[in-house]
Structures are given as structure tokens and as C-alpha cells.
Design a protein around this ligand. Structure first.
Ligand code: ATP
Length: 341
């Protein structure tokens, strides 16, 4: 069952198209991340889904019913969506419990407060029920905002960069707790983020946008391991890049010829190799190490391949305490991608 569908959504501001023919499907209980660089149209797409931005072109369905098209416009408060933004947006003059009870529609005041307390317990904030928002830290305020959005049990949650105001450690925790709660409540969620790691951590599916269009949709593994172009590859990690021409069905690389899956001979190609694809290997290509930098869980090793003079970076797990001057380097071809220019 699909909770939210966007069909052929396009949107322009002052004749500048910022969303261009976007279609998305969000299934029941699914978390879909809308990912992309700043300004690519993610927030505008989410606001159109919420009904906060007037629809210009396309159709929005919720639970199979049209909520926005050329003839229909259901207002945001009647769409049954929960909203969480980066800035929490709690009511400063209301206690935490009253903030959460505010959105609960059914029941008398006592029932609403009981429901609010239940939600606060689920986000680990019941001990702050009688505090005011200004007495809470950023992470605590974001938990309350989540409880408030989930209290009415919305069919769909729309979240726009909800964790980006939190510091790194806190972000990981709030993110994991939020993921567990959304899954427990089986709430279909569209989450906007510019952070590929966050998308991979949270999402069942990712839709990656660029210049208003969706470039690739799929599972995190699809996008990471089977990127459709150089933009998608680069969005998820650093890359070593080189160009070449296909000859005998293969592209040249410092580690020998690489199969191109049917590209015609003479085609100019970009070859993108992730740093983690390169590691010390006894029978690998001889290289000279230029520098070695420890980054905690892994070491970045900059080296030059002796046969071709190509400078590259490898990401080697663990700490390489004393870097030798020369090492042989092997290539894991699953993290090496070839695209025609
Ligand atoms: P970010 O991650 O930086 O929030 P985004 O991918 O969410 O970016 P949007 O906020 O959807 O992008 O904006 C897409 C483009 O539309 C941007 O160039 C932005 O400046 C422009 N834009 C957004 N809202 C308006 C508006 N109300 N009037 C005019 N231009 C707008």
C-alpha cells in the first residue's frame, strides 16, 4: 500500500524551474530519503507534498486519494501529515506536555494529555513534561518535536533536515532513536537530507536529486554499489578519477584493463575509483608512498603508481603506524566505476 505518491511534480519560482518532473512513491511503514546538494529542490518537493507550497504541475496522492492536482487542493491540516523541521518550532509559551497534546485531535483534555505523556515516554522525555521548551537542549527539543508530530498518529511524516541542528554525537543518538520509533509505529516517512551517510543510515529507499530532477532511486546499496553516473558516485564518497579510451572492450587503468560492459571501442570514459577499493596487496601494482594520514578508524595513504606515474589515495582500515616507502596496491573492482563522457 502506498501512503504518499508524487506524480510528475514540477515547480518554478519566477520562471526558474526548481522541481522538474519528480515522481516518488512512499509505501506504508517505509522511510524514503530525498537526498541531494543544497538548492536542488528537496524542500520545495516536501512542501508541495505537505500542501505548504501551492501545486503548479502534477498530482499528489495520499492513501490513493488525490490531495492536490489542477482541480483539488486539500489544505495541510487535512492531509494527516506530521511535520518536523530543523528548527523544532515548539510553542515557547506552552509546557512540553501541552506542546505534544496540542496536535492530538480526539478525546477530552485528560485523554489528550495521557496520549502526550505516552509519546513523551516513547522519546525518553517524560521527565521534562512540565518544563518549557527554553529549558531543554537542542536534542531534547527535537525529541519533543518528534513526539508532537507523531502524537496524532499521522499516516505520513515529512521531515526536513531534522537532525542538522544537533552536534555530531547527539545527532547519531537522536537519529537512531527516531529511526527505531518510526519503524515501531510503522510510520511512512519522507526525510529530506543533504547528508549521504544519514540517508544510508535511515532509509529503506533513497531518491537522489540534482537540479530539480531525480537522478537515481533505489535502496542504499543500489545507489552506493550501482551508481548510474559520476555525479551519484561522487555524492557518496571521495573518488580517484582518470580518463581514458575504450580499447578491446576495456578501459585502461594503473591496475590493468578494466571491463566496460559493452562500451564501443574509442569511447572516451571517466574511471572513478573509491579510496576503499585500494589496499596493500602482495601481488598488486608497485607504488611509492607520498604521505600517510591517520584518521582514527582508517588511514588515508597517498601514493604514486610507479608504472604510470598516477597519484591516488587509498583508504586503509586501521592505523598504519609506520608507513613504508613502497607498497604494492591491489584494486577491488566492485568499487571502481566507468562512465562514458
Ligand atoms: P537546501 O538543502 O539548501 O535547503 P533544497 O534542496 O531543499 O536546498 P529548495 O529549498 O527546495 O532546495 O530550493 C530550491 C531552489 O529554489 C533554490 O535555488 C532556492 O533558492 C529556490 N527557492 C526556494 N524557495 C523559494 C521562494 N519562496 N522564492 C524563490 N525561490 C525559492
Amino acid at each position: 500500500m502506498t501512503s504518499l505518491s508524487l506524480r510528475s511534480i514540477s515547480h518554478a519560482f519566477d520562471d526558474r524551474k526548481v522541481v522538474d518532473d519528480v515522481s516518488l512513491d512512499l509505501g506504508t511503514g517505509e522511510i524514503l530519503c530525498l537526498l541531494g546538494p543544497s538548492g536542488c529542490g528537496k524542500t520545495t518537493t516536501l512542501r508541495i507534498a505537505a500542501g505548504l507550497e501551492e501545486l503548479q504541475h502534477g498530482t499528489v496522492f495520499m492513501d490513493g486519494q488525490i490531495v492536490a492536482d489542477q482541480n483539488v487542493l486539500v489544505p495541510p491540516e487535512e492531509r494527516g501529515v506530521g511535520l518536523v523541521f530543523q528548527d523544532y518550532a515548539l510553542f515557547p509559551h506552552l509546557k512540553v506536555i501541552d506542546n505534544v497534546a496540542f496536535g492530538v485531535e480526539n478525546g477530552n483534555t485528560d485523554a489528550k494529555r495521557r496520549r502526550a505523556m505516552d509519546m513523551l515516554e516513547r522519546v525518553g522525555m517524560s521527565h521534562h513534561a512540565h518544563d518549557y521548551p527554553h529549558m531543554l537542549s537542542g536534542g531534547e527539543q527535537q525529541r519533543v518535536a518528534l513526539a508532537r508530530a507523531l502524537a496524532p498518529e499521522p499516516g505520513v511524516m515529512l521531515m526536513d533536515e531534522p537532525f542538522s541542528g544537533l552536534d555530531v554525537r547527539l545527532r547519531d543518538r537522536v537519529r537512531d532513536d527516531t529511526l527505531a520509533l518510526l519503524k515501531e509505529m510503522q510510520t511512512a516517512t519522507l526525510l529530506v537530507t543533504h547528508d549521504p551517510e544519514e540517508a544510508m543510515r535511515m532509509a529503506d529507499h533513497i531518491a537522489l536529486m540534482k537540479d530539480g530532477r531525480i537522478v537515481q532511486q533505489g535502496t542504499p546499496v543500489d545507489l552506493y554499489n550501482r551508481p548510474v553516473d559520476a555525479f551519484v558516485t561522487r555524492f557518496f564518497s571521495e573518488t580517484n578519477e582518470m580518463s581514458g579510451k575504450v580499447s578491446n572492450g576495456a578501459a585502461p587503468s594503473p591496475f590493468g584493463d578494466l571491463p566496460t560492459n559493452g562500451l564501443a571501442d574509442g569511447t572516451g570514459v571517466s574511471i572513478l575509483i573509491r579510496p576503499e577499493a585500494l589496499s596493500p596487496k602482495r601481488d598488486g601494482a608497485p607504488t611509492k608512498i607520498l604521505s600517510s594520514r591517520i584518521l582514527g578508524a582508517y588511514t588515508l595513504v597517498r601514493f604514486v603508481v610507479e608504472s604510470t606515474g598516477t597519484e591516488m589515495t587509498a583508504r586503509v582500515p586501521g592505523v598504519l603506524e609506520i608507513a613504508p616507502e613502497n607498497i604494492n596496491v591491489g584494486l577491488d573492482r566492485s568499487q571502481c566505476f566507468i562512465f562514458p563522457h
